[in-house]
Design a protein around this ligand. Structure first.
Ligand SMILES: Cc1cc2nc3c(=O)[nH]c(=O)nc-3n(C[C@H](O)[C@H](O)[C@H](O)COP(=O)(O)O)c2cc1C
Length: 205
């Protein structure tokens, strides 16, 4: 299928998920008012209780879907304990949903360093100053930490904190959903086969 057919034609004919995802993300980037790469990230804690929050997708290819975070945050600890996660994109104006689930890998240090270096200086300072997900006594305490790290890194490059890196969900399943009238939506799910290829099923809506 051509890229145009992937988005304007019948997406359920698509033979593999990554080109289809790329085409849908491209559409979202053109149409969503902000954060087309925002995605709900689901994890489970050590009691098996689910947890969910938004993150930004910062890369994807046939190896998986990458986002960055503080590894000492709730999500960081939950993923490090299970090495599993799921994601759900919802592009409201396109009426499309994509779900991804599978085991998780940690990105390489080189990959994390490369992305960290592209972040605005204030965000790099913030990665040092924020003890993400832990109790914060006051806004002032955060601003003080930011001021301290700003002074400490006044000159030269800001290194990536060891606790800040990326996770890659290596999909075992990717599902595409598109709104159709009377809730008779189209759904297709790709499941990774033993030989590394993809099996495709259409699902009842
Ligand atoms: C649109 C949006 C994008 C976000 N992107 C990220 C992100 O890429 N990484 C991150 O650590 N937190 C991101 N956040 C904040 C998280 O939703 C969450 O509040 C924070 O990471 C702490 O989550 P946790 O306590 O479950 O670890 C984002 C929030 C929103 C609303």
């Amino acid at each position: 299928m051509t890229d145009t057919e992937l988005t304007s034609g019948d997406f359920t004919q698509s033979a593999e998920p990554f080109r289809l995802f790329a085409a849908w993300l491209k559409d979202a980037t053109a149409q969503e008012p902000n954060d087309p790469n925002a995605v709900a990230l689901a994890t489970v804690d050590t009691d098996g209780l689910p947890d969910v929050r938004m993150v930004l997708l910062k890369g994807f290819d046939e190896h998986g879907f990458v986002f960055y975070t503080n590894f000492e945050s709730a999500k960081g600890r939950e993923i490090l304990a299970t090495m599993k996660a799921a994601m759900c994109f919802h592009w409201k104006s396109l009426r499309r949903q994509v779900r991804v689930r599978g085991p998780v890998e940690i990105v390489t240090d080189a990959e994390a360093d490369e992305y960290f270096a592209t972040r605005p200086r204030g965000s790099r300072i913030g990665a040092w100053a924020s003890k993400q997900s832990r109790p914060l006594e006051s806004r002032f305490a955060l601003e003080k930490a930011v001021a301290e790290y700003t002074a400490r890194h006044a000159i030269g490059e800001i290194p990536r904190p060891a606790h800040w890196s990326g996770f890659r969900i290596v999909p075992s399943q990717i599902e595409f959903w598109h709104d159709r009238p009377f809730r008779l939506h189209d759904r297709i799910v790709f499941t990774r086969a033993a030989d590394g290829g993809w099996e495709k099923d259409r699902l009842y809506p």
